[in-house]
Design a binder for this molecule. Sequence first.
Ligand code: PLP
Length: 389
Amino acid sequence: MNKSFKGINTICTHVGEVKDEQFKGAVSPIYMSSSYAFEDVDVKRYPRYFNTPNQEALSKKIAALEHAESALIFGSGMAAISHALMAFLKAGDHVLLQQTLYGGTYNFAVTQFEKYGIEYSFTEGWTVEDFEKKIKPNTKVIYIETPSNPLLTITDMEGVANLSKQHGLISMIDNTFASPVNQNPIDFGIDIVLHSATKYMGGHSDICAGAVVASKEHIHTIWESSICFGGSLSDQTVWLLERSLKTMGLRIKAQNENAQKMAEFLAYHQDVDAVYYPGLGSHPDHEIAKKQMNGFGGMLSFELKEGINASEFMKNLQLIKPSMSLAGVESTVLLPVLTSHSLMSTEDRAKQGIKDGLIRFSVGIEEVEDLITDIEQALAQLKSKKVLV
Ligand SMILES: *Cc1c(COP(=O)(O)O)cnc(C)c1O
């Protein structure tokens, strides 16, 4: 056997590919069959069983990227998250969720669990003690997100994994913001890793997909219930995602570097009040981030000085686009209050520290000088308008 652990860009480029035995093509052929023979074959293949040739190929690549045994690919990040949660929870169980959470996951918890008799609660912070305090006798799952959306809070993965083990719980993490390039939670003892592949894995704002990564045993448990729920992904998109992953290491390296420079630029800017980025020494959990991340990622958030209107500022940007989503090669911004966290009550947003003027910035691969120029001109326009008024 070859040494199983390879470097990130080698995994991205090669692991899992479907060999083209017939024509010796350079890339995986795409198999669009939704019907396969059931006689004389070892595997009963069917798209909803997550085992078409392309689904299996992509699962192998994603599992290798997360240093895990196995993976399943879903039709969206929320399909991956909801299928994983529902596979391990039943009526009477309790799930403990981190307070700072992606808006869609929060919405899933508050609108769905009750219908199935599943108890849930949120922590009041993201330290290990915050989780420990809220564990109940019927707790089954601990769910974390780090770095979190949109404030980039950092949760100690090893601490939470150890706590879960002590109490016999399943630990789950939403690893979307970090991507497998910047963070591999399985190495720190987390049981189940979830991704919205719509974001960094896809990376070009043209795919909706999700992934669950874990041990063979846990993936089998999820597979058994997921073939009932049926959230599998079309092979066409599976193939496109395999292609996207080939450049993920390179894309994210560039995004890490750009985000660090943009965070430093904004942190020293006279018109900026606060910057949230785990790569800054001023981030309260910078040390934990350093311990558990290989890179600090391409996402940051910031607040402009009082009196500078965030919406007006965003309208003036010419290169950086307003966008609902994130993690593409192009730089985008949004106001969480109007988009990702609009389903949350004002009170709950305030509890999380999400102010109305908070701007979430997904830093792309453009030249950083061009991004800085764009921000400077957008701020300058606001000032010149004020003078004219
Ligand atoms: C977008 C996102 C999701 C949901 O993913 P979809 O592919 O839109 O279903 C989950 N978690 C995080 C952190 C996200 O950014």
